[in-house]
Design a protein around this ligand. Structure first.
Ligand code: SF4
Length: 276
């Protein structure tokens, strides 16, 4: 029996869930021939040999290296959907990087949300965290619109790009230590490809902060010692292997846990983004 197919909320085209690569989902960077990473060694090899962000994004978007996360993301995409999205196709794959490929600024988030990126296929898209982040990027002039509700909704970023420490939605938003380590080479390569233009980075939450510092260290950048501690508004200067300074800023994550409680306000986020 062929899998059930449902209409994409923007294009109306029918998709199975999880979405097979190369079938026309807006922004899908992969094709049916994109090589699939099946374990940590594959991630290291395929990330290291990706010669462009396009190739890197394609390979990220079909990765299957973490069995627990693959099982979870696909289960949410089929039988575990939020009721309000029950009639929509779910991406059910890792979230590739999103934004301006020539960006001088990189945001490093934590991991996709089960009914956000895991549904829409675009980082910080289709959930409250994304509403907060893109509204702030729009106020700062980095985004052409404040909303981000579906891939193909017209959102464009200028001068900024978004990546994440872990690319698959984890149960309870908590990736394991092994899963963070397995996914790290994707971010390392993301940073390496961005390095010639990179001026500053914004790490969202302590996991984003640690991931950014870890990637910088593995790429041979100079990182202050002792390790700079995460906090909202903290700043550290990293120096690339080529000798260029990159500013790393920290912000509380735009999760509902922080934005609903007032721990992170719009003014606090705007202030940090302005310093990028
Ligand atoms: S978390 Fe990262 S390494 Fe693990 S399956 Fe997803 S994309 Fe691959």
């Amino acid at each position: 029996m062929s899998p059930r197919r449902e209409p994409h909320p923007v294009t109306g085209e029918l998709f199975a869930s999880p979405v097979p690569p190369g079938r026309g989902w807006p922004g899908d960077p992969a094709t049916a021939r994109t090589p699939v990473a099946r374990d940590a060694d594959d991630v290291t090899r395929l990330a290291g040999s990706a010669r462009s962000l396009e190739v890197l994004n394609a390979r990220i978007s079909v990765c299957r290296a973490c069995p627990r996360l693959v099982e979870w993301r696909e289960r949410v995409a089929t039988s575990g959907r939020r009721a309000s999205f029950a009639d929509q196709p779910y991406w059910g794959r890792p979230g590739p990087g999103f934004g301006d490929p020539e960006a001088e600024v990189l945001i490093v988030g934590l991991a996709p949300a089960a009914n956000g990126t895991n549904r829409t296929g675009r980082l910080f898209t289709g959930d409250r965290s994304g509403d907060w982040l893109y509204a702030a990027l729009h106020r700062a002039g980095y985004a052409n619109q404040p909303e981000s509700w579906a891939a193909g909704d017209g959102l464009r970023l200028d001068g900024i790009r978004i990546a994440a420490a872990v690319r698959c939605a984890p149960p309870d938003n908590k990736p394991s230590t092994d899963e963070k380590a397995t996914c790290a080479p994707w971010l390392d390569r993301d940073l390496q490809l961005a390095e010639p233009r990179l001026r500053s980075m914004l790490a969202l939450g302590s996991i984003g902060w640690d991931a950014a510092l870890g990637a910088a260290r593995r790429l041979g950048w100079t990182v202050p010692r002792p390790k700079p501690r995460f906090g909202h508004g903290v700043e550290a200067t990293l120096t690339t292997a080529a000798g260029a300074d990159v500013r790393l800023l920290g912000s509380y994550h735009v999760s509902q846990q922080n934005t609903f409680t007032g721990r992170l306000t719009e003014a606090m986020l705007d202030e940090v983004i302005a310093r990028l």
